[in-house]
Design a binder for this molecule. Sequence first.
Ligand SMILES: Cc1cc2nc3c(=O)[nH]c(=O)nc-3n(C[C@H](O)[C@H](O)[C@H](O)COP(=O)(O)OP(=O)(O)OC[C@H]3O[C@@H](n4cnc5c(N)ncnc54)[C@H](O)[C@@H]3O)c2cc1C
Ligand code: SF4
Ligand code: SF4
Length: 1014
Amino acid sequence: MSVKLHTDSLHKIAYSTDGSVYREVPQAVAFPQSVDDVRQLMEVARERNTHIIPRAGGTSVAGQVVGSGIVTDISRHWSHIIEINAVERWARVEPGVIRDELNLALKPYGLFFSPETSTSNRCCIGGMMGNNSCGTHSLVYGSTRQHVIEAVGVLTDGTVETFKEYTVGDLEGRFGQHFWRKFEIPSLIERIYAQLITFALDDEKMRLINENYPDKSLRRRSCGYAIDEVIEDLCNDNKPLTERTINLCRLLSGSEGTLAFITEVKVALDPQPPSELMVLCAHCKTLDASFEANLIALQHNPTAIELMDGEILRLSWGNVEQERNRFFVHGNPEALLITEFRADTRGQIDQMANALESKLAASGLVDICTRVYGDDVARVWELRKAGLGVLSSMKGDTKPVGVIEDTAVAPHFLPAYMKDFDAMTRRLGTKCVYYGHISTGELHLRPILNLKSAHDRQLFRDIARETTLLIKKHRGSISGEHGDGRLRGEFIKLQYGDETYELMRQVKHCWDPDGLLNVHKIVDTLPMDAMLRYEVNQHYALDALLGENKTYLNWKAAFDDCQTEGATGAASQIHALMCSIEQCNGAGVCRKSNLMGGTMCPSYRVSHDETRSTRARANVLREILTRGWGSEVFRRADSTGTNLLDIPELKQVLDECLACKGCRSECPSNVDMTRLRAELLQHLHNHHGTPRRTWMVAHMAQFEMLGSWMPHLYNWVARWRPTASLIKRIVGFAPQRQIPLLSKHSMRQLVVVEAGRKHHVSIKGKVYLMADEFTNHQDALLGLKFAQLLMRLGYEVEIPRHVESGRAAISKGCLNLAKKHARNNYRLLRNFIDDNHPLIGIEPSCILTFRDEYPDLVDSSDRRGAQELAHNCLLYDEFLVREMEAGRITAADFASDAMDIWLHGHCHQKALVGIDLTVKALKLLSGATVHVIPSGCCGMAGSFGYEREHYKTSLEIGEMVLFPAVRQATAHANRETPTFVAAPGTSCRQQILDGTGIKAVHPIEILERYVTKA
Ligand SMILES: Cc1cc2nc3c(=O)[nH]c(=O)nc-3n(C[C@H](O)[C@H](O)[C@H](O)COP(=O)(O)OP(=O)(O)OC[C@H]3O[C@@H](n4cnc5c(N)ncnc54)[C@H](O)[C@@H]3O)c2cc1C
Ligand code: SF4
Ligand code: SF4
């Protein structure tokens, strides 16, 4: 067999979930690349009496890709754009092509694939077709179903079929006249067409379909099989039967991989929308008023209308950045109805908005309307995203749960439906936030539930059932975009009635008589509350191992601090640690590619391997620490009773994590794998002993301190090939890397001497510099330059007594040691570092340790004090910008020479403070053009890139964006204008040098070179 079946526990766990609340361990995982691979897999599934689960990005929220069969991931190897025909406006793609990546390729043609999802930077065309996805602009563009012109797929008998529009005459030409009347139909494809033609010609079946399918005006419907849509033209009495058409793509869209395995898709493209954009934000008097106002707005040719309720707005309160994004909100409206207009000129959109605004004013439904134009519209959506971010990162066991999150009714039914819905939620004693695609009648309603409690589990079911009854009453769809999966199967029957549901079962059994494709989805599903991720009163295997409060980091503090209404505090440190892992809801942002920007998750980006994503790490940690050896994945005859720290997958997933903190800021649920990794590695070291390399890297600063007594000797040993090779072999470093050399004098020594010199400037204030463990011994001159820069700008500089930051210890999971450093530094610095006398750092990873980790590393009685200290520990750019804003440092202090600066930010800096401030600080150089390289992590990540087994991956990560950008920047440099590659991180600069041979500088070095002040 050419396609490999992965039956190891790592793959099985990584693929046991998706973006839903379900978990089921598959038999195996496969990565097909061809039609033959799919056929083989079908044969294997048949032999093993199991089924195949086609899977793309795995972002489904109704459990579509969770099951016991062979999960068949097409996203890894099957993701090429085959052909773009700009004239006829279509593209042919493999099913694993990511939606936003397709649109990047289409941009030069002025075209785009218009169906969208909030997950569009990682969901694939195959998955969008599977779920019939659509988004904000479905009012104009419809859903994926309307865009699939043609598809190629493998049927369950192994035949390959092209699905496109055929007339009945075409089909008769292929299968014979009136083939649907044959007593015995030989081929599967013939039976498929015959069944649908028979349905269309059967009055009773048509009556069932017409009476029970959702209202025809409903644009969003991803519930059950779209039998009505696929046979629509077959029922067209105005044409002779032979001329009526059928395109099976209409049924396959939304069939969730249950009918055929799609291997190629031809999609229709749309021209890019007109350039002028505006949203009219109607501040509605009440939520109910927004449903009525929506009907008025719909008459004014909007491209989208979205609802944001007052609760979402309130959730973003207190966030400094979001306060700026509220610029278009007046007061505290109960609901905002946001109507989007697009046109070729501003005059045209204003005209459209004027007409709507006067209608709304006359209706008495709204208090005020505000307008937002062009790029600022993104800030409106940012505000909504921030509110939702608070919800999705809600800490504790209660979470907004996806169960009725995409119900849709025709907009004119919305006011009545929402009235009934409101009464129902009151009766059930639950609460929802309201937002979503109101123009098409779909609202994202998510009740806040604790699925570990028996009471809320019952509510989970009750809400689904009662909402379905309301949906039936208002002729809507229980799913407007997310599909049925295993969540809604039970309720399809309730919505459509037994007989119509039976027609759907007949469709499934016709296409897939032996149950080979994604069984128990859409029809014949298991109960909606079977196979949930968590059990009632969930116990943790970790509890038994560690007992109470034996964690190194203070996990509980974040939960105790959490202010979000409905969030539950954690009962213990272990509970809090587990809740941190359970923050992962599988939404898959960690699968976005490097073309989409950001950092998360470098190990996935470079490999396209799900098992190396943050999601997989969270899955594996949850499985091990919750179920431990009791999990069916690990259970082996010889393993009962063994320590769960012996499960090899634990070390395996932690080992591939670069501890870059990308997930800490980019994961919408704030899964913080860097911390989880550090905590668990320490427990592994306790159990297995600390590995030699780990110990040496964690104590590197101490080795360097010893070496600094005789730096020449140290450097000779580190440079001379035989000794260097020996050291690298002992430590386990890659032979290609150079051991960092030591400066002749430490930064501390150089700055003391410099501070003793006379500086002829008036003193603006006193600051403290951190002589971090990298700069102090390896790059002392850089430290000196920073001191000189500050002194020339008028600051008195001192390096206080402090110890190393402990960054390396944290990265290597030596938290005992890191705690010691944190306590020492806190004790040494707390009394004199304050607002007026900040501690400033040059190396982002070190100074930011004070901010990010110290409060949770020091004794809990010192937490508050450590937070205050953290507040006054600033990265160099934060300090410079603070002083710029106060007018104490200006561009006049620097030369205005023209120069190009290509900036690569450190990943910890990007995660915790961003690099905007570096760009701002570099604006002090008024002649500089700063280009931010859209790189994520450089790939070095402390010692990761030095480690022998990670060396190749490390360079591959650098090669994704950073190295090519650096090469290009320097290749195009001209002699007149100096070009700098700037990187504040020591490791990043080393990585750039090793990967490109180009020497990068710290931004401080450029500022220091051009400061003109004496
Ligand atoms: C936070 C969040 C926001 C979301 N927002 C939206 C939204 O705005 N709009 C929306 O429509 N959805 C949304 N979704 C749901 C989901 O992202 C979309 O349905 C998405 O299109 C699924 O794509 P995927 O690549 O992840 O597919 P998967 O989840 O992997 O698969 C989806 C379905 O397609 C089937 N499938 C995949 N490949 C094939 C194939 N080759 N042959 C046959 N069947 C196949 C699978 O079996 C499955 O049933 C959201 C989900 C999350 C977590
Ligand atoms: S780690 Fe974060 S981004 Fe990735 S799937 Fe989990 S919640 Fe989503
Ligand atoms: S810390 Fe970085 S490498 Fe590790 S899981 Fe998070 S994003 Fe991925």
